[in-house]
Design a protein around this ligand. Structure first.
Ligand SMILES: Nc1ncnc2c1ncn2[C@@H]1O[C@H](COP(=O)(O)OP(=O)(O)OP(=O)(O)O)[C@@H](O)[C@H]1O
Length: 314
């Protein structure tokens, strides 16, 4: 099959390749493996391409789309599947080529070869998909201070904290910070809504990723619930040391509030806005409605996938 721009595409199985993910060393191996295994390759040329290339491939008949990149690329591919209205028709695979690769890790895929193998012979699971208003996210939606550009964020911090690294970078670089005044309305069919209101450093909404005080960062991603952590600000926080900031997000303190709910609404109070990072893609908002759509996304998972990583439905 030949597309509008004249390049070859494989109709059914397409790799959407971000050549600038990670350190770029993945480009040749991904191209080679795709050719050997008979996949079409669509390569992004600019930041907004991932979703549109995915949608084009689906419109041309693709039923398997492999995201070759990091978490931002997975997010772009899933956005393209949603735009094509193809959640019930398409399986998403992941070839981990980014800096952090949180999502790949949480679905049990550790390298490029394993990503291809998962699509060809692995198990398919339907996992939860988060929506922040209309925008999907697979890993996490992290709201906090207006994030500094991702370029300033240390790759090691990104590796360990994923999207949260942007908030941590900002906290470490601003001279003082009072917290963002917000109201978080958490809804659970069983218990009805509950409300948290106050000054927050960050609100962390995990779908495939949890933000626990130690232990695994993988979440149960088939239970239709988010792991939500609100980290409260005390109104007198000065420039913080790296260790202090990291402890805020890795330990349970009197400032940490945890919830497990299928939906929540975040409202940032008048005259403030917050940056929300959806799998690392940053948007500014004063209000956000966040919903889990249970088992909405079909994913080719690897041998290390554990549907209930923390045990007993946690
Ligand atoms: N051809 C391109 N040129 C410039 N930017 C691109 C291109 N294709 C995609 N992007 C952008 O690259 C960004 C980062 O991609 P991605 O998250 O996959 O890699 P990463 O940051 O190295 O990994 P991770 O998120 O796992 O740490 C995304 O925001 C995406 O929009």
């Amino acid at each position: 099959m030949v597309n509008e721009s004249g390049s070859e595409t494989s109709a059914e199985s397409v790799v959407v390749l971000n050549p600038v993910s990670g350190d770029g060393t993945h480009v040749d191996p991904v191209r080679e493996q795709s050719a050997v295994r008979g996949y079409g390759v669509r390569e992004t040329e600019s930041a907004g391409d991932t979703a549109s290339l995915t949608k084009e491939a689906i419109d041309a008949g693709a039923t398997e789309i492999l995201a070759a990149g990091g978490d931002g690329t997975v997010n772009g591919v899933v956005s393209g599947v949603v735009e094509a209205d193809a959640l019930d028709a398409v399986t998403v695979g992941v070839l981990p080529c980014g800096t952090g690769n949180d999502f790949a890790e949480n679905v049990g895929i550790s390298d490029i070869e394993q990503g291809f193998d998962a699509v060809e012979t692995g198990e398919r699971r339907r996992i939860d998909l988060g929506f922040a208003d209309e925008a999907p996210f697979v890993n996490s939606c992290v709201g906090g201070l207006t994030a500094e550009s991702s370029a300033e964020t240390d790759p090691d911090l990104k590796d360990r904290f994923g999207s949260l690294a942007y908030v941590i970078t900002t906290l470490k670089t601003i001279p003082s910070f009072d917290g963002i005044r917000m109201t978080v309305t958490l809804s659970d069919e069983a218990d009805g809504p509950s409300v948290w209101s106050g000054s927050a450093i960050a609100v962390l909404i995990g779908n495939a990723r949890r933000f626990p005080p130690g232990g695994s960062t993988a979440a149960n991603v088939e239970d239709g619930r988010f792991d939500v952590t609100v980290v409260e600000g005390d109104g007198s926080m000065g420039l913080l040391e790296t260790g202090t900031v990291e402890r805020l997000f890795t330990q349970d303190t009197e400032r940490t509030h945890r919830f497990r709910v299928p939906s929540l609404d975040v409202e940032v109070h008048a005259d403030e806005s917050a940056a929300f990072s959806l799998d690392g893609e940053v948007v500014e908002r004063t209000a956000l409605s966040v919903r889990a759509r249970q088992q909405a996304l079909d994913v080719a998972v690897g041998p290390g996938y554990d549907p209930d990583p923390a045990g007993a439905g946690k």
